[in-house]
Design a protein around this ligand. Structure first.
Ligand code: ZN
Length: 453
């Protein structure tokens, strides 16, 4: 890559770091819709900040009514897309740093959104700036689209796509390097059932904010006394799992401690809702709770739901219960399945319903899998940029995480997590290493020049 581009990128470091801190200090968790703010006022504030910053960097910026914005470099008709997002998942449990302070320690910036996806998105924007400031001539223009609803329903891209043509080719800096060319399909189902009239009486249970998060803690209040405390302690001893129980004025308070994470990556995690279902069944719960304990429990592969499957390109199906609530005598829960490219989602729906008798199962979200061949021009160009800037070998990989890449006909996820880095997206103490983000910026600049130059 042109030496001038490297020098420019190095010179942006302080400005980039300060701007990213401003983004992290603007919490953008989805809230109630308001006029001009379809995902709540906090997300709107973040969008306004990002647009103002992009303008201050000299780019043409357009607001799509609070759903998304686009930022364009060049005026050629043919465009390369860069798709990022400004919304973040809720904070969740277990933080040792302040989640919206953007504190920097040992070269790492901590905060919700540093890695998913504000840091990588802003690095890509500065890469656009470097390409422009270096005066590199472009045959195609570059269009960055920053959405506001990636962590929920993707209504942002739907809204944008209904008003503006989304380019055919591009990448989303919202996952990992080297590059993800295969994304599993997604099947989210909602579960509803009346609470059982018999068995253990459950008074309270409400866990989980998001379908795509593995909950780290689940509490329930049930009717009973000391006997349940003893049974819980015996079950904890038998299973080796961290359960606690205590008698309170309301009833017996039960707690299950899981290991939180992202629903698409269950390895090494433990779903606290699944733990609680098993305990409740042990303590005498009947009806939907016993059914869910049997068919889901602590499994993350969908086996007892009759849904376990795998293929070589995309590996195994994963399944996560992110939400379980008891409201007005009715249970509500969610199952988030990430399905291999070859899986038959219609069959998965039938199997789920068949394995959950007495529970009404409806489809909330369904997305087909996405695959761009490893020998395509897009994949080979991006991997060449990665290899040139890192000196590492680049092989395409598969993920259960869904990114905006699948909004594009030819789209892949590209960075910004490096292979040796810990993935803390959606988890406590999320951070980004600033040196790594600066390296990502160079990779993105290199890639934009290859794709658009
Ligand atoms: Zn993301």
């Amino acid at each position: 890559m042109n030496q001038k581009v490297y020098e420019l990128i190095d010179s942006y470091r302080d400005e980039f770091t300060a701007m990213l801190q401003g983004w992290i200090r603007t919490p953008s968790v989805k809230g109630d819709a308001e006029s001009g703010a379809p995902f709540g006022r906090d997300v709107r504030k973040m969008l306004d900040r990002a647009m103002a910053d992009a303008k201050s960097l000299g780019f043409a910026v357009r607001d799509f009514d609070g759903y998304a914005c686009d930022i364009t470099l060049g005026d050629a008709e043919e465009k390369i897309a860069v798709l990022g997002h400004l919304d973040v998942v809720p904070v969740g449990d277990g933080w040792t740093k302040l989640p919206f302070d953007a504190v920097i320690e040992n070269g790492r910036m901590y905060g919700r959104g540093t890695n998913d996806d504000k840091g990588p998105s802003l690095a890509a924007l500065f890469a656009m700036k470097a390409v422009r400031d270096a005066g590199i001539p472009l045959k195609k223009s570059i269009r960055m689209i920053l959405g506001c609803d990636e962590e929920s329903g993707w209504e942002d891209m739907e809204y944008y796509g209904a008003r503006e043509k989304i380019p055919d080719v591009g990448f989303s800096p919202d996952a990992s390097f080297p590059l993800i060319n295969t994304e599993k399909g997604m099947l989210v189902q909602e579960l509803r059932a009346p609470a059982a009239a018999t068995g253990l009486k459950i008074l309270k249970l409400s866990t989980g904010d998001r379908i795509n998060v593995i909950p780290g803690e689940c509490c329930a209040v049930v009717e009973g006394g000391e006997e349940l405390v003893r049974k819980t302690e015996a079950y904890a001893a038998k299973t080796g799992l961290p359960y606690t129980a205590e008698v309170t004025a309301e009833g017996v308070l039960l707690t299950a401690l899981g290991i939180p994470g992202h629903s698409a990556y269950p390895e090494g995690r433990r779903n606290a809702i699944g733990m609680m279902l098993l305990l409740l069944r042990e303590l005498g719960a009947e009806g939907p709770v016993a059914t869910l304990a049997e068919a889901v429990g602590l499994e993350s592969d969908g086996k007892s739901l009759g849904c376990a499957c795998r293929d070589d390109v995309s590996k195994a199906l994963t399944c996560n219960m992110g939400i379980l609530r008891l409201e007005n005598g009715e249970w509500y829960g969610t199952l988030d399945m990430r399905c291999p490219v070859t899986a038959d989602q219609e069959k998965l729906k039938k199997e789920t319903a068949a394995h959950l008798p007495g529970i009404r199962v409806t489809v909330d979200t369904q997305k087909p899998p996405h695959h761009v061949p490893a020998d395509s021009e897009l994949v080979t160009a991006l991997l060449a940029s990665y290899e040139e800037e890192t000196g590492l070998k680049g092989e395409p990989i598969s993920t259960g995480g869904g990114t905006y890449a699948k909004v594009l006909k030819q789209g892949v996820a590209f960075g910004a997590l490096f292979p040796d880095e810990e993935d803390l997206a959606h988890q406590a103490d999320e951070y980004e290493d600033i040196d790594r983000l600066m390296l990502a910026m160079k990779i993105y600049a290199n890639a934009l020049i290859r794709l658009a130059g």
